[in-house]
Design a protein around this ligand. Structure first.
Ligand code: INI
Length: 155
């Protein structure tokens, strides 16, 4: 028996957690994610969008959303840009391990759509220009994971 998640969001409830830090990048990530979800059939009433100050705050918001048990998937979006800040490594590692922990412990697919780049240019490339849109790709992953886990649970 081979189970593969369908790319159909019609019957799903999805949450997006998105950080305001570097919002010139996170706004297009969020718009990309919503474009993907709606084009795959998600109803607007089944989408919850939660904004937090920075990527460091994403895991707690995701964990709180997961605890409500109302969502089939949670999409985490952020932009951590190394630039000249030494803060980068701490924020990147806290966001990465925090999101991974929610993913594993909640049992709800919690998707890592946080850009970690060395430069602003690299972030721009991944937010809807020449290297695609990480938000759009994360939404597609969320749809597939939500559907395949629902199939596993229903078997
Ligand atoms: N938050 C980000 O989302 N991206 C960054 O690049 C970033 N840098 O470089 O500092 C950043 N810092 C803020 C952090 O996420 C928290 O909001 C802050 O430390 C308060 O907890």
């Amino acid at each position: 028996m081979k189970l593969v998640g369908r790319l159909n969001a019609e019957n799903l409830n999805i949450a997006i957690v998105v950080s305001r830090f570097n919002d010139f990048i996170t706004n297009p990530l969020c718009e990309g994610a919503k474009d993907c979800l709606y084009r795959h059939g998600l109803s607007e009433k089944n989408l919850t969008e939660v904004w937090v100050p920075g990527a460091f705050e994403i895991p707690l918001a995701a964990k709180t959303l997961a605890a409500t048990k109302q969502y089939d998937a949670i999409i985490c979006l952020g932009a951590i840009i190394r630039g000249s800040t030494a803060h980068f490594d701490h924020v990147a590692s806290a966001a990465t391990s925090g999101i991974a922990q929610v993913n594993q412990e909640s049992g709800i697919p919690t998707i890592f759509g946080v850009l970690t780049t060395d430069t602003i240019e690299q972030a721009i490339e991944r937010a809807g220009t020449k290297a695609g849109n990480k938000g759009w790709e994360s939404a597609l992953t969320a749809i597939e994971m939500a559907n395949v886990l629902n199939m596993v649970k229903e078997r």
